[in-house]
Design a protein around this ligand. Structure first.
Ligand code: PGA
Length: 257
């Protein structure tokens, strides 16, 4: 049974004191929730402090990005070793904003995926089509290209494969208030699962597939309730503690119903 996973992607939001305040309040709000996994991906500047603050809570930490090398002359970058050293468990790889604004392509993302596996971090690989591609009915081709582009040829152990997370994030739904429909997302998740099964067989049954794009407390269960969907990657609705707690409670309630 795959555990439902809700990941907060704070992007470039929150100072250290804001991040600390949020986590203190959230851990109280969700102390009783144990049927879902909650991950917060703050900016790098808050990771060390939140690692200490979340130690005795149910909240896990993720990074929003990383370099693929252990160390070296890469000004401005953060390595997988540095993240692991802090106790960070997850890392978002290939978010559409990184693909778009920082020119991250499959060749580079494959290196990051390999590094995540090597350092025992769980990658959350993001894939998704933009509006033009969707209008041209290219969604499945784009997903296939992005997924295989970041994974094919990697030597991934069975354990690491089982833990991997994929996030289907249609670019046109991110930050727009216009989410994809649950039924559509279910179809894409099914396509992703069959692609994995075809290439990697049963070793990918544990892979969790998330939906991301304008998820809110009042629409979350439309996605988490769909067969094949295992949770969500949440941007805007993860920034306000009351809103994010409401979203987590909605999922937890639906899971235990
Ligand atoms: P959103 O962002 O929830 O604000 O649409 C999701 C994401 O970019 O991961």
């Amino acid at each position: 049974m795959r555990k439902t996973l809700i990941v907060a992607n704070w992007k470039m939001h929150k100072t250290l004191s804001e991040a600390e305040e949020f986590v203190k309040r959230l851990s109280g709000e969700i102390a009783d929730i144990n049927n879902i996994e909650t991950v917060i991906c703050p900016p790098f500047t808050s990771l060390a402090s939140l690692a200490v603050l979340t130690e005795k809570t149910t909240i896990l930490l993720g990074a929003q990005n990383m370099h693929w090398q252990k160390e070296g002359a890469f000004t401005g970058e953060i390595s997988p070793l540095m993240l692991r050293d802090l106790g960070v468990k997850y890392v978002i790889i290939g978010h559409s904003e990184r693909r778009l604004y920082f020119n991250e392509n499959s060749r580079l993302l494959k290196r990051k995926m390999a590094a995540a596996f090597n350092y025992g971090l769980v990658p959350i690989l993001c894939v998704g089509e933009n509006w033009e591609q969707r209008s041209a009915r290219e969604t499945e081709n784009v997903i296939k290209e992005q997924l295989l582009g970041a994974l094919e040829g990697l030597d991934i152990g069975k354990d690491a494969m089982q833990k991997m997370v994929l996030a289907y994030e249609p670019v046109w739904a991110i930050g727009t208030g216009n989410p994809a429909q649950g039924s559509e997302v279910g179809v894409v998740a099914g396509f992703m699962r069959s692609l994995l099964q075809e290439r990697w067989g049963d070793s990918c049954q544990g892979v969790r597939i998330l939906y991301g794009g304008s998820v809110k407390p009042d629409n979350i269960v439309e996605f988490t309730g769909k067969a094949g969907m295992d949770g969500a990657l949440v941007g805007g609705s993860s920034l306000d503690v009351k809103t994010f707690a409401a979203l987590l409670k909605a999922v937890s309630g639906e899971r235990s119903a």
